[in-house]
Design a protein around this ligand. Structure first.
Ligand code: NDP
Length: 316
């Protein structure tokens, strides 16, 4: 039987090209997407064979939808050998927060809370896998880390003392630190939460389950639709800047190959690791395990984030 991977947000960008690369390696892809028609067209546009994927609806901006996705997944005759938490929204121009049906700010809900719930529910399915390497991978980003050039541009991520989560995270609260709404910071904060979640999953479950938990920064994939909510001029200049000035630019195709390798290749079996590629400094650099930001390696914060997130998504 083929190995099966669930990919959230497989309808565009990094997720789509990861789906393509894994299908080429012989995997079956569950495309967990909020717009199934778009996902089907996307799969076709990159030449994925119709029998290489299954479409199941998932809207990470709604906790109820996450529960429904898991029920629908379990109703199919599929194994779960890998889970890729890839979907994200980035809405830099918002003036007021958008909210999930539960009343939580939408960027944090989509990127972190929805995935947090999904990981917790699907651990059960992943545990049952008989694959030699079962993996749970969560996308990170350089902007989570102010120790790096790409992470120095303000506003910097700052989870504070998680005051916003502790106070219930509903209006008028919109940020994890309880401070004023800032949509770019909300994205960066959510990516710090992604890395903390990966590390806490590793601490809690790696030795008992054998699952490899990891995260990665695939490079600056400057022309994905992630930036569709930015100024048109930014969308034009950003890829040029990344190609010609920073040298950090990575094509969607290459980003997909990198993520697929972290899901499937034996070299990436280290759990708790955050992978990065050296090409930002020199061409064709190879992958290495990179130190994450001070906030993202704070074990106490990881534990507290876990408990508060569990409460917000109704796990206890
Ligand atoms: P895209 O915008 O191209 O893809 C995002 C995907 O997430 C789309 O499939 C989108 O669906 C999906 N999505 C958004 N909201 C939801 C939701 N509520 N429920 C389900 N799916 C949803 O972005 P990228 O490919 O660039 O980003 C993918 C990941 O890579 C993100 O985690 C991002 O943080 C990370 N990343 C990206 C970098 C880059 O330079 N682009 C760099 C480092 C990390 P739909 O098609 O319906 O909109």
């Amino acid at each position: 039987q083929k190995l099966t991977v669930v990919i959230t947000g497989a309808s565009s960008g990094v997720g789509l090209y990861t789906a393509k690369a894994l299908a080429q390696k012989g995997w079956h892809i569950v495309m967990a997407c909020r717009d199934l028609e778009k996902a089907a067209q996307a799969a076709q546009s990159v030449g994925m064979a119709p029998d290489s994927y299954t479409l199941i609806h998932l809207d990470l901006g709604s906790l109820e939808s996450v529960h429904r996705f898991v029920i629908n997944f379990r109703a199919r005759d599929l194994t779960l050998d890998a889970l890729l938490c890839n979907a994200a929204i980035y809405m830099p121009l918002l003036k007021e927060p958008l909210r999930s049906p539960e009343g939580y700010e939408l960027t944090m809900t989509t990127n972190h809370l929805g995935h947090f719930l999904l990981c917790n529910l699907m651990l059960e399915d992943l545990k049952k896998s008989t694959a030699a390497a079962k993996r749970l991978v969560i996308l990170g980003t350089v902007t989570h880390n102010p120790d790096e050039l790409g992470g120095k541009i303000p506003p910097r991520p700052d989870l504070g003392n998680l005051e916003g989560f502790a106070a219930g995270f509903k209006a008028p609260i919109s940020m994890i630190d309880g401070k004023q709404f800032e949509p770019v910071k909300a994205y960066k904060d959510s990516k710090v939460c992604n890395v903390l979640t990966m590390r806490e999953l590793h601490r809690r479950y790696h030795s008992s389950t054998g699952i490899t938990f990891s995260s990665l920064y695939p490079g600056c994939v400057a022309d994905t639709p992630l930036f569709r909510n930015h100024y048109p001029l930014f969308q034009k200049l950003f890829p040029w800047f990344q190609k010609n000035i920073t040298g950090g630019y990575v094509s969607q195709e290459l980003s997909g190959e990198r993520v697929a390798a972290v899901i499937a290749d034996p070299e990436y079996s280290q759990s708790g690791a955050y992978w990065s590629w050296g090409n930002r400094q020199k061409k064709n650099g190879t992958s290495f395990v990179q130190k994450v930001s001070p906030q993202a390696r704070d074990d106490e914060k990881a534990e507290r984030l876990w408990d508060l997130s569990a409460k917000l998504v109704g796990l206890f």
